[in-house]
Each structure stands twice: as structure tokens, then as C-alpha cells.
Design a protein around this ligand. Structure first.
Ligand code: SIN
Length: 332
């Protein structure tokens, strides 16, 4: 009760600045800010959205895309959405921890067997309901966009969990990710995405976890001589908007936009694996990093160390949500 009152009060504060429709005759402007490069699954999705809106809703809606933290970085972007300074974001799931604990399910290590399992989960009822998990804050989840499976990179070769002991890894602001590295006796430092490359280069942290597309597009491989193909977690996004802004648009316009978003979502999720595969090959071709391929037994050692985290976060996330996610590992 207390929690929902607080959330309602906070939401009321956040939506104070929610927009009206654009002035007569002017197109509605949708600012879409994100923190990655254009040539990544999310960056390409944002540009496709802009292109389709230009083709189909010219004069009615204009989408402006701000990549690479150029308008807001990941520490400020949610506040910018609440203040209606931006109207679309696609933060990674780890960035939602202050608003709902349920989305931490996406951070659990070794939860999904592969990207197809993640995609199956996202189409099921439990995941569709999670799109509304931040409604108390006026946040409306429009879609899930995939990036890819995360790989461990470091200044030393990581083959077994004991190789990570004593190293500091950059993490996103997620208690689950902190616990994940603590489980292998490593420490972690929360850093905004825009600071990862320079922090690795300066030795503030010795390692990181990212999908291939984020490693390549930020040039992280040039300062990480070893990349372990661990596929130990997923980097996934929720495309979100400010509920009040969204509802301020006429129903017909909103429906057209939602149709475009569905089309873009299908394209992003269809192509994400290929983008990551392409970037994996580019990194290996650059010769900057040695690829470490784990044997089944070595991968199991990492799994055994990290799996207890599921239990530790079950009460926060919900046993039903974790079960729905693991069920998606089985094809039906
Ligand atoms: C992103 O892909 O949006 C960035 C994720 C991160 O902060 O590592």
C-alpha cells in the first residue's frame, strides 16, 4: 500500500511536464535518444523507425534520433523521459532496476539457452505483462528489442571462474550483475556506457561484459586482449515512452505509429543475431583480441558459480517470471 502510494506520488511529479500535442499544423516531434552507435541493433532500429515515419507519416510526426549519448546519457535518460525532453528510449533492462525489480529477470546469468529462447519468452503473456511493470511511473513499454548474448572481455584470459578472481568489471547499474561478478570473487564498478571504453583503457576496470556489437562499435576490443565467448547472459532493451505523451496523440495516429513500431521491432529482432555475428568476425579479423572458446566443462564451472543468484533474486523477480523464462528454453 505504502509502496503504491509512493509510486503514485512520484509518477504524478514525473508527468507534470507531460506534453500536449504539437501546435496546430505542426508535426508531433518524437525525440529518440540512446547510448549506442548507429550501426548496432538498437541504432539501426532507431534509424529504421525514423525512415518509416518519414515515409508514412510525413507532416504528422517527425522522429529525431540522438545516438551515442549525444542528447542524454544512461544516467539521465529516464528523467529526460519523465520531463518529456525525450519521448522514446530503449534502455537495457539493467537500467530499470530502480523502477521495477521484475525486469531483473533479464540479467540472471545463464537463464536463456540462446537468443531464440529469449525471443520466445518475449512473445509470451508473462513478458507482455512486464511491458506494463513501470506503469506506476508513467512509463509505457512498447516493445522488446534484442541486442545479443554477452561475452566476457578482460586484460587476462578468462577460462575458468578463478581467472576472474580479483579483477574489476564494469557493470550496468544492476544488483544482479553485481552479484554475478561477486560470485566469481571479482569486483564490479557501475559506469555509464559512454565511459566504458575510456575506463577500460585507463585500467579503472580490467574487464566488461557486452555483446559483440557493443564491443566493436565502442572499440573496446582494442583495449581488451582476451574475449571469452561465454554467452552467459543477454543484453536486451525495452522500447519505452511516457504514457501521458503517448496518450496525448489521437488514437488513429498512435495506431499508425504502433504499427510501424511492430514492423521495426520484427526487423531489429530478426537481424540482431546477424549484426552480432558480423561484428564478431570483424573483431576476430582485427587481430586485437584472442578468442577464448570454453569447453562444455569450463562453461559449466561458470554456470555452477553463478546459478545460486537465481534463488537470491527469486523473491524480487517472482518465481512465476523466472519459471516462464526458463520454460521458453523448450521449443513447443
Ligand atoms: C546499450 O546497449 O544500450 C548499452 C548497454 C550497457 O550499458 O552496457
Amino acid at each position: 500500500m505504502f509502496r503504491s502510494c509512493v509510486a503514485a506520488a512520484v509518477a504524478a511529479l514525473y508527468v507534470l511536464a507531460a506534453p500536449a500535442m504539437a501546435a496546430d499544423g505542426e508535426p508531433v516531434v518524437i525525440r529518440f535518444a540512446h547510448v549506442v552507435a548507429d550501426d548496432t541493433p538498437k541504432g539501426k532500429g532507431a534509424l529504421l523507425l525514423k525512415k518509416l515515419v518519414e515515409e508514412r507519416l510525413a507532416g504528422k510526426v517527425r522522429v529525431e534520433v540522438y545516438p551515442n549519448s549525444t542528447l542524454v546519457g544512461d544516467a539521465e535518460e529516464m528523467q529526460a523521459l519523465f520531463d518529456n525532453k525525450v519521448q522514446l528510449l530503449a534502455p537495457s533492462m539493467s537500467k530499470f532496476a530502480p523502477y521495477t525489480k521484475k525486469l531483473q529477470v533479464f540479467d540472471l546469468p545463464f537463464l536463456f539457452d540462446d537468443a531464440e529462447a529469449l525471443q520466445r519468452f518475449q512473445k509470451r503473456d508473462t513478458a507482455r505483462q512486464l511491458l506494463r511493470s513501470m506503469a506506476d511511473y508513467g512509463v509505457y513499454g512498447l516493445a522488446y528489442w534484442n541486442n545479443g548474448l554477452k561475452q566476457l572481455s578482460a586484460t587476462t584470459a578468462l577460462r575458468t571462474p578463478s581467472d576472474a578472481s580479483g579483477l574489476a568489471f564494469r557493470i550496468q547499474p544492476s544488483p544482479v550483475l553485481e552479484a554475478q561478478f561477486a560470485a566469481v570473487d571479482a569486483t564490479s564498478v557501475v559506469l555509464p556506457f559512454a565511459k566504458v571504453y575510456e575506463s577500460l583503457k585507463a585500467g579503472v576496470v580490467q574487464g566488461a561484459e557486452n555483446p559483440w556489437s557493443n564491443i566493436l562499435s565502442q572499440n573496446m576490443h582494442s583495449v581488451q586482449p582476451y574475449i571469452t565467448e561465454s554467452n552467459h547472459g543477454v543484453l536486451d532493451y525495452m522500447l519505452i515512452t511516457n504514457n501521458e505523451f503517448w496518450l496525448s496523440m489521437p488514437f488513429a495516429l498512435r495506431s499508425e505509429l504502433e504499427g510501424i513500431i511492430l514492423e521495426v521491432t520484427q526487423a531489429v529482432n530478426r537481424e540482431a543475431a546477424a549484426v552480432n555475428q558480423r561484428d564478431r568476425e570483424r573483431i576476430l579479423a582485427s587481430g586485437s583480441s584472442q578468442l577464448i572458446t570454453l569447453t562444455t566443462e569450463e562453461r559449466q564451472l561458470w554456470r555452477d558459480k553463478m546459478l545460486p543468484i537465481w534463488n537470491a533474486y527469486e523473491a524480487d523477480i517472482g518465481a512465476d517470471v523466472i519459471r516462464a523464462a526458463t520454460t521458453a528454453n523448450r521449443r513447443r
